[in-house]
Write a protein that binds this ligand. Structure first.
Ligand code: 5GP
Ligand code: ZN
Length: 129
């Protein structure tokens, strides 16, 4: 994918603060972090999203998520973390990636989302059950 930012990061054409890499994934700091240490775990091979990525690679990313969580606990004194993986309208960069956002006391997380569109939980349950 010639015009993919993350493919360019993998090829070294765009610099990144790389935390970890192996044959399958690269982990680097997000350029616009939501919390300190916000990082992205991405496959070296270009996949679009959760429907596109193969299960073996996805499971490897799951394994690395746990290792990176341990790292931020140890090195940044994180006391939690939030993972996010966006698809479709939620996804800006169209190369599969897993966000790891270390969490801290008073990290302002509760203010990240506007909840004004949220409907009654029972109404949503009726549609999903
Ligand atoms: P998405 O909304 O696609 O899940 O998130 C894409 C993420 O990639 C965003 O958090 C954004 O800050 C990050 N990002 C976009 N371009 C770059 C870049 O060139 N370098 C790095 N390190 N992160 C990027
Ligand atoms: Zn790509």
């Amino acid at each position: 994918m010639d015009d993919c930012i993350f493919c360019k990061i993998i090829k070294g054409e765009i610099p990144s603060y790389t935390i970890y890499e192996d044959d399958i994934v690269k982990v680097f700091l997000d350029i616009n972090p939501n919390t300190n240490g916000h990082m992205l775990i991405i496959p070296k091979k270009h996949f679009l999203d959760i429907n596109d990525i193969d299960e073996e690679t996805r499971m490897h990313i799951f394994k690395i998520q746990k290792q990176m969580y341990k790292l931020v606990e140890e090195k940044l004194d994180a006391i939690g973390c939030t993972f996010a993986q966006n698809n479709g309208i939620a996804q800006d960069v169209k190369h599969y990636h897993m966000h790891l956002m270390p969490r801290y006391q008073n990290d302002g997380w509760k203010n990240v989302y506007d909840k004004s569109h949220i409907k009654n939980v029972e109404e949503i349950y009726e549609k999903l059950k």
